[in-house]
Design a binder for this molecule. Structure first.
Ligand code: SF4
Length: 441
C-alpha cells in the first residue's frame, strides 16, 4: 500500500480480531488532497436549509458559487435559501476593506426579501483582511429589527467539522428568543436536512405516534421555530457530527436531553422510533410505534427479499461525511445481500470506528479522512461493485467505471425511513446490475 502517505498510515485499518485503533479527529495532512470541505462549507451546509433566512456570503464570488444550492433541501414554504448572495469581494476591497460593500448588500437584500433573519458568512479572505463583520451585523440587526448573525467561518481555520460548530453557535443565538406554548410530547429534530423530502417522511411517523415536532433544525427550517426550540422536551439528533454541539449547548443552557438516532435502514429507523417512545415513558406511544414498525416490516420484507436474492455477493464501498451514517449503511446493505468491503468517513470518531470494526467482515478497509488516490486504489483492490458517497466521490467512481449511489447533499431520492430503504434497495440494484459497467472494464 505504497500509495498511503506515511503520516496517514494509522488512519487506515482492517476489520478483524487484531485490528488496530484507527487515528481520527486530526487535521487533514497538507498535500494529501483530503476529500473534506472547508470551514465555510461546513457552516453553509448546516444553515442552508433554513428557508426563510437570508444567506449572504461575504467573500469572493467563488465561495458563493461553490455552495450555491448545495443541498437538495426542500422547503414546504419560502425558498429564499435557494438563492446565493455574495458581496463579490475584489482586489480593491481586499486592500481598502469590504465593510461598505457588506453594509450595502445587507441593506438592499433585507429590504428586498424581508427575511426573518440573516446569516452573514465570512470566508478566507475576510479572515485575512479582518473586516469587523460582527459589529456590522449588530448595527444592521438594530436598524432592520431582525437577527443578523455573523457566521465566522474563514475556510482555512480548520475543516468542515469546525464549520459545523460555527453553524451551531450561530443557531444557538436564535434559540430561546421566542416563547410559544409547546405540547408535552414535543421534540426537535436535529440533523435532518430534508434532502429529497426525507423530513416529511419522518414527520408522518412521529405524527402517527402522537409526537409534536417543535422545530426542525435545519431541514425545512424556519427561524421562528428555531427561536422556540428550547421549549421542546427532547432533542433527537441524527447527523450527530454536525448537530451534537448544538444539542450539548441546549442541554447546558435549557436542560433539554438529547438522543442520537439514525433514520437510515429499517433496523435503525425502528430503533429511533422505539427510543423516542421509551423516552416519553408512554405505553400508548410505544404501542403505536410497534404497530407502525410491524406494518412497515410486513410491507417491506417480501420486496427486500427479492433484491437480496439478486444482489447476493455484490460488494460496496462507502465513503461519507459522518461515520454514523456509514454504520446504518453497512446494516442496510447487509439486509439486501451486499457486503461492505471499504468504509470511511470525513469526520468519524474513535467510538464510531470501533463500532464499524465490529460490524464489518474481517479484512474490510476502514479509513478516516481519505483522498482520491487512496479511495481509487481501495476500490480496485477490493473489487467493489458499487461506490456510495457524495459529490466528490462520484467522479472517482465514474472514472474507474463503477456504479455510484449518491447518499449525500445532492440526492434526489429520499433514502431515509422505510420508504427510503425501498428507494435505496431499488437504486443499488439498478446501479450495481446495470449492463453498462461491462463496457467500462
Ligand atoms: S477555502 Fe476559503 S476561499 Fe475556498 S470556498 Fe472555503 S472560504 Fe471560500
Amino acid at each position: 500500500m505504497d500509495y498511503i502517505l506515511k503520516e496517514r498510515e494509522k488512519q487506515v485499518a482492517f476489520a478483524g480480531i487484531n485490528a488496530a485503533t484507527i487515528e481520527c479527529n486530526k487535521e487533514s495532512l497538507a498535500g494529501s488532497v483530503s476529500q473534506r470541505a472547508c470551514v465555510f462549507c461546513g457552516s453553509r451546509v448546516v444553515l442552508y436549509p433554513i428557508a426563510d433566512a437570508l444567506h449572504l456570503i461575504h467573500g469572493p464570488i467563488g465561495c458563493a458559487a461553490y455552495t450555491w444550492d448545495i443541498r437538495g433541501s426542500l422547503s414546504s414554504g419560502p425558498e429564499l435559501h435557494r438563492l446565493s448572495f455574495s458581496t463579490d469581494l475584489q482586489e480593491r476591497d481586499v486592500i481598502f476593506g469590504g465593510i461598505d460593500k457588506l453594509n450595502a448588500a445587507m441593506e438592499e437584500l433585507i429590504d428586498l426579501h424581508h427575511p426573518k433573519a440573516a446569516f452573514i458568512y465570512t470566508t478566507c479572505i475576510v479572515g485575512v483582511i479582518g473586516d469587523d463583520v460582527e459589529s456590522a451585523c449588530k448595527q444592521m440587526a438594530i436598524r432592520k429589527g431582525i437577527p443578523v448573525i455573523p457566521v465566522q467561518a474563514p475556510g482555512f481555520q480548520g475543516s468542515k467539522k469546525d464549520g459545523y460548530k460555527v453553524a451551531c453557535e450561530a443557531l444557538f443565538q436564535l434559540v430561546g428568543t421566542i416563547n410559544k406554548p409547546t405540547p408535552k410530547y414535543s421534540i426537535n429534530i436535529l440533523g435532518d436536512f430534508n434532502l429529497a423530502g426525507e423530513l416529511w417522511i419522518l414527520l408522518e411517523y412521529y405524527k402517527k405516534m402522537g409526537i409534536h415536532v417543535n422545530a426542525t433544525i435545519t431541514g425545512d427550517g424556519r427561524v421562528e421555530d428555531i427561536c422556540n426550540a428550547h421549549n421542546a422536551a427532547l432533542n433527537v439528533v441524527q447527523c450527530s457530527g454536525s448537530m451534537n454541539y448544538l444539542a450539548q449547548m441546549m442541554k447546558k443552557e435549557y436542560g433539554i436531553p438529547s438522543m442520537r438516532v439514525s433514520y437510515f435502514g429499517i433496523e435503525d429507523m425502528s430503533d429511533a422510533l422505539y427510543d423516542v417512545a421509551s423516552f416519553f415513558k408512554s405505553e400508548e406511544m410505544m404501542a403505536k410505534a410497534k404497530e407502525l414498525v410491524r406494518e412497515e416490516f410486513t410491507r417491506l420484507m417480501p420486496q427486500l427479499k427479492w433484491y437480496k436474492e439478486r444482489l447476493q455477493g455484490k460488494k460496496a464501498a462507502i465513503y461519507v461525511g459522518g461515520a454514523f451514517k456509514a454504520i446504518s449503511l453497512i446494516k442496510a446493505l447487509r439486509l439486501i445481500g451486499v457486503q461492505t468491503v471499504i468504509v470511511g468517513s470525513q469526520t468519524g470518531t474513535t467510538e464510531d470506528y470501533e463500532l464499524i470494526k465490529k460490524l464489518c467482515d474481517e479484512g474490510t478497509i476502514i479509513v478516516d479522512d481519505s483522498n482520491p488516490v487512496e479511495l481509487s486504489h481501495f476500490v480496485k483492490e477490493k473489487q467493489a461493485d458499487i461506490f456510495i458517497g457524495g459529490v466528490k466521490e462520484r467522479p472517482i467512481a465514474h472514472k474507474i467505471g463503477l456504479g455510484f449511489c449518491d447518499h449525500n447533499h445532492e440526492r434526489k431520492e429520499a433514502l431515509a425511513g422505510y420508504e427510503g430503504m425501498m428507494n435505496f434497495a431499488r437504486e443499488i440494484y439498478a446501479t450495481a446490475m446495470s449492463p453498462v459497467w461491462q463496457f467500462t472494464k
